[in-house]
Design a protein around this ligand. Structure first.
Ligand SMILES: *Cc1c(COP(=O)(O)O)cnc(C)c1O
Length: 402
């Protein structure tokens, strides 16, 4: 395994985490499709189980293909180690079940991915954990106290693409002796490395940009060695949402082009946002790369590109659905971060379970559409979106809005 922090990000994306296969010299990382590994001797088996010797013995705990994926991600996040999981939610639940105890408090900055909020509210609370929702960084500072164990954030947020100041959250956590965790799925380490802002644990749904091709489900958590040893020993071993070697292979392959893909996603999204700015059929346009976005200054500080997601508000659910039904290049589907462009109506799909009050609080309006901009030519994507907008009946009322 190689870890060369003196090399540039693009070089590490290609090379880190793996070398020639020690058994055969294979250049591409082999898919180690095996559940178990022979000890060689009864004494070695005992040493492996006692932790006196490092080695593979069962793929729920570790597997060479999965290990290469973990090492590559750790290198890209600039953190000592990582542990892979069968899904992003597998990662979220393992972190919470490992770190939280009865009496602990968790603070999260809303909105988070729906599954994460669901886990905190519906599962963590069953184990005597108190969960606090904070609207922003100032609310985090006000809620943080001696019982706070974990502060969980996501940036940019879904689906309105709000920006959370990672440095400020990390300082709030440190001040009260809590751990900070950032879900870096939307930014990826190509754009933001939360550890550089003091965040302790960095989590991903690898399903999205890390894989990048929409063909695998997985998750991963990177962080300091001691915490990750605990996560592997408890959250992975006892909960068991382990990543399979075939998926790990797909993520390894995808991550080699992560920097190139992210550059194309950002260029496409920025060009689309610029083309849509001021469009009369839109009530609102959300993209952190626009100077008018409320989080633009913080985003410019903590991101090296503004990401591949753009959200638009068409004013009503009917208008949003007409728009979606006329898109041709943006497949209507949940998920994001694929090379192909995707579109969805969060109010009636991904966020529908939130209920009316939370939808209003989190700004998930009936007319909101989320666009995951793929790596197609931006001119084709812009033509597709403008063409679909032309089918949206524009009421006189909406025309008056800026
Ligand atoms: C998709 C997603 C998750 C959940 O990941 P799965 O791989 O679907 O389990 C968590 N956080 C964010 C930000 C996501 O987009």
């Amino acid at each position: 395994m190689t870890h060369n922090s003196d090399r540039a990000f693009r070089t590490r994306a290609v090379h880190d985490g793996h070398g020639l296969d020690p058994a055969t010299g294979a250049h591409a990382t082999p898919i180690y499709a095996t559940s178990t590994f022979g000890y060689g001797s009864a004494e070695r088996g005992a040493r492996l189980f006692a932790g006196e010797e490092q080695g593979y013995f069962y793929s729920r705990l570790s597997n060479p293909t999965v290990r290469a994926f973990e090492q590559k991600l750790a290198s890209l996040e600039g953190l000592p180690d990582a542990v892979a999981f069968a899904s992003g939610m597998g990662a979220v639940s393992a972190v919470c079940l490992t770190l939280l105890s009865p009496g602990d408090e968790v603070i999260f900055v809303a909105p988070l991915y729906g599954g994460t909020t669901g886990f905190l509210r519906e599962v963590a609370t069953k184990f005597g954990v108190t969960v606090h929702e904070a609207a922003d960084e100032a609310a985090v500072e006000a809620l943080a106290g001696p019982r706070t164990r974990l502060i969980w954030v996501e940036t940019p947020t879904n689906p309105r693409l709000g920006i959370v100041d990672l440095g400020r959250v990390a300082r709030a956590a440190r001040a009260c002796g809590a751990l900070s965790a950032a879900d870096n799925t939307f930014s990826t380490p190509a754009l933001t490395r939360p550890a550089e802002h003091g965040i302790d644990l960095v989590m991903h749904s690898a399903t999205k940009y890390l894989g990048g091709h929409g063909d695998a489900i997985g998750g991963v958590v990177a962080g300091p060695e001691a915490l990750l040893a605990e996560l592997r020993g408890v959250g992975l071993r006892h909960v068991g949402a382990s990543l399979g070697p075939f998926e790990a292979y797909l993520f390894l392959r995808g991550m080699k082009t992560l920097p190139l893909r992210m550059q194309a996603h950002c260029e496409g999204a920025q060009a689309l946002a610029a083309a849509l700015d001021g469009h009369p059929a839109l009530q609102a346009l959300h993209y952190p790369g626009l100077r008018t976005h409320p989080g633009h200054a913080v985003a410019a500080r903590q991101m090296s590109g503004f990401g591949g997601l753009v959200s638009v508000d068409l004013g009503s659910q009917a208008a949003a659905m007409t728009f979606l039904n006329h898109l041709q290049l943006f497949t209507q589907a949940v998920s994001l971060g694929d090379v192909e462009s995707l579109s969805c109506h969060p109010g009636s799909t991904t966020h529908a379970l939130l209920g009316e009050a939370a939808l209003v609080r989190q700004g998930v309006t009936p007319g909101l559409v989320r666009l995951s901009v793929g790596i197609e030519d931006p001119a084709d994507l812009i033509r597709d979106v403008l063409g679909a907008l032309a089918h949206v009946p524009v009421t006189g009322d909406k025309r008056l809005r800026p």
